[in-house]
Design a protein around this ligand. Structure first.
Ligand SMILES: [Zn+2]
Length: 394
């Protein structure tokens, strides 16, 4: 049975232990020690990493009696080792976990809104509350939690029997039986918890809520504490500074400015699309005038400055005139091509396109009356000549 140093000395980051068992865990070497300060994943708090001697600890798992250390290389049984916890990672977990107790207690004490679960992620953590929470209640709870942080209250750990625990005002019913480990924030919160915590609430630094959403009839509150709060502030500051520079407004004017820009761009898109339609009809009329009379009239032309949608609009406008087949090619490499024909013309646009793709490469497809392709490789004049030849012979 592993002696859990972190239960009584949560700030222990370096310790001596000896290897009592070795083996494999999911194909990776693992060791069990007689005592360890490595915290295993449990109660919402992720595992510790670090080193045992010169070997890396990659994962720490609670197996009930024993704690398994998944290590980077096999180690011999019976030897004494020096354990070193990755303290940056662990201290971050302690800030988040103690911060969670304070935040949960604030919701509980102010609004009797209980925390039903806690998850600590890599970037942010969440608590799930039994009931929904309004915007002003949220801010009150966050203010209350930070007041307790800044009062730098003592955080202590003690062990009690289940009977003793039953007589204590615990924030939530303990799920374990037998001896319970209680974490107390002086005059504010008392909870059964096996996690590692900072010694005083001041070490949490700050508790900031980044998001609240409805979740299973209650609320999911996303938050960051300590160094994570500072990191997130920097992200937000950089994002806001960048946006403010681009839009030339003050930070608080950003949402309105973005909304205005979106509306403006939507109106412009509408205008552009209307003008493109008019121009496409104009181009179609111009081409038709320049096309020799035939049966059907065959329009084959290269166009500069039009994208595939524009080519399609012009080709469709040409086809709408009746007794017309059009093959329009964009100037550029690789090349786009659109083939359209009037309903009263028997030529198959898709077949014509396939003939061109077979010769010049690219991809595309369509229907007998309208087909488009892209990625053709070749001189525009050669593609035009091939299109004219195919349409004339078809
Ligand atoms: Zn806890």
């Amino acid at each position: 049975m592993t002696d859990r140093i972190y239960y009584t000395e949560p700030s222990c980051r370096s310790f001596q232990g000896s290897i009592t068992r070795t083996g494999e865990h999911n194909g990776q070497p693992m060791v069990v020690l007689d005592r360890t300060a490595f915290y295993p994943t449990s109660g919402g708090q992720p595992f510790d990493t670090g080193r045992l001697g010169s070997t890396s600890v990659l994962d720490t798992i609670d197996e009930g009696d024993d704690i398994i250390h998944v290590v980077s290389a096999p180690m011999p049984v019976g030897v004494a080792v020096q354990g070193e916890i990755d303290w940056t990672r662990r201290f971050d977990h302690m800030q988040q976990h103690t911060g969670q107790h304070v935040l949960s207690a604030a919701f509980d004490r102010l609004f009797e809104n209980r925390t039903t679960s806690f998850h600590m992620g890599v970037e942010v953590s969440t608590i799930d509350l039994a009931r929904e929470v309004g915007a002003s209640d949220l801010e009150r709870a966050v203010d209350e939690a930070n007041r307790v942080v800044w009062e730098d209250r003592e955080v202590s750990v003690r062990f009690v029997s289940a009977d003793e625990a039953a007589r204590l005002p615990l924030r939530k019913e303990p799920v374990r039986e037998g001896t319970l480990r209680l974490v107390e924030i002086k005059d504010f919160d008392l909870s059964a918890c096996g996690g590692t915590h900072v010694h005083r609430t001041g070490a949490i630094g700050m508790i900031a809520v980044t998001n609240v959403e409805r979740f299973r009839g209650g609320a999911r509150v996303t938050f960051v504490c300590g160094a994570r709060a500072l990191r997130m502030f920097r992200h937000y500051r950089d994002a806001v500074t960048g946006a403010v520079r681009v839009l030339s407004v003050l930070p608080h004017e950003l949402p309105g400015a973005i909304e205005r820009a979106q509306l403006e761009s939507r109106d412009l898109r509408k205008t552009v699309s209307r003008l493109q339609g008019l121009l496409a009809e104009h181009e179609a009329a111009r081409m038709l005038v320049a096309t020799p009379v035939g049966e059907p009239r065959i329009v084959v032309e290269a166009l500069d400055g039009w994208d595939a949608a524009g080519l399609k609009a012009i080709a469709s406008a040409l086809a709408a005139q009746g007794r017309v087949v059009a093959a329009l090619v964009s100037v550029g490499d690789p090349t786009a091509v659109v083939i359209a024909r009037s309903q009263d013309v028997a030529i198959d646009a898709a077949k014509t396109l396939r003939t061109l793709l077979d010769r010049f490469g690219g991809r595309g497809g369509g229907r007998p009356d309208l087909a488009q392709g892209a990625g053709l490789i070749g001189k525009v004049d050669d593609i035009l000549a091939a299109a004219r030849e195919t349409l004339t012979s078809g």
